[in-house]
Every structure is written in C-alpha cells, then in structure tokens.
Design a protein around this ligand. Structure first.
Ligand code: AMP
Length: 144
C-alpha cells in the first residue's frame, strides 16, 4: 500500500509544535493526542525537526528535570527522514526498523501533508497477513 492511500484512510492531520515552545508543552500535546512524536514546525508546513517521547526521556535522564522548561528545539532531531506520498509502507517498514524511529513525516513539494507511524505500518501488515491466511484457508478447504 502506498503512503497516499494510508493517509487517505487515516487522515492527513499532523500535530506540530514550534521549536520555541517548552518541553512541558510538548508533553501536554503528546498526552492530549495520545501520540509518541510531534513534528517541529513554526508554520505547520515546513519541517524544522521531529521530537518524540524518547528524546524527552533521554534528556531527563542526562540533564535532569530542568529540561522541561527549556525549548523543544534543544532536544529535537533536526535531520528528519521524510518520505513522499508515493512511497510504500513496505519500504518504510525496514527503514523504521533499521534506523530505530517510529515516525516518518510525509512531504509534498517540501510541505508537510501527513505522518506515518510504525502503528500504521503494523496495522497494514496484519491486515495483509490475515487476508493471505483467509485465501489459503479457502484454497485448502476448496471454498470460494
Ligand atoms: P521514535 O521512535 O519516533 O519515538 O523516535 C526515536 C528517535 O528518532 C528520537 O530521537 C526521534 O527524535 C528520532 N526520530 C523520529 N522520527 C524520525 C525521523 N523520521 N527522522 C529522523 N529522526 C527521527
């Protein structure tokens, strides 16, 4: 399945935060939306970075809770791996596994149009495996 189809099914809305906002505000966004990462963007269109719950945990461990009142820009990952709408979820699966990140923002003409999470990829894979199993079962039992 292509990213464009996955976004059509789940919607293209992406939660963003400005790099100047505090880590405390980031935590509120993560909790409010039940998500694990937020795209850092001043205008909601251009990607300045990505910040996930893992960044917060690591910095809390290394620098203490003073980090909570600091800006998101200080803990975000600035070099973001993105994809286009024509990428497939099958391509993103090994990328996420090898690089150890669970979120890939989707860009069209350098504009943020969606985000694919490892949850989306796994959901798609489970549906595929179930469909394959149903086909095999029907084949073996001689059904339609
Ligand atoms: P995650 O698994 O998405 O919670 O992120 C794990 C680490 O990878 C964190 O340091 C994130 O800032 C970083 N990260 C998440 N997504 C991306 C991405 N698409 N490109 C580069 N780094 C990322």
């Amino acid at each position: 399945m292509r990213v464009t189809e996955a976004l059509r099914r789940k919607g293209g809305s992406v939660v963003t935060i400005s790099g100047e906002q505090s880590v405390r505000e980031l935590l509120a966004l993560l909790a409010q939306h039940g998500i694990g990462a937020v795209v850092v963007s001043d205008d909601g269109v251009q990607v300045d970075g990505i910040v996930s719950e893992r960044d917060v945990v690591r910095r809390l461990h290394s620098d203490g809770d003073g980090v909570l009142d600091g800006p998101v820009a200080q803990i975000m990952t600035a070099e973001v791996h993105t994809c286009g709408p024509e990428a497939t979820l099958d391509e993103l699966m090994p990328l996420m596994t090898e690089r150890r990140f669970r979120h890939v923002p989707v860009l069209v003409d350098a504009r943020l149009t969606g985000i694919v999470s490892i949850g989306d990829v796994v959901k798609h894979r489970i549906a595929e495996v179930q469909a394959e199993r149903d086909q095999l079962t029907a084949y073996i039992s001689g059904g339609p």
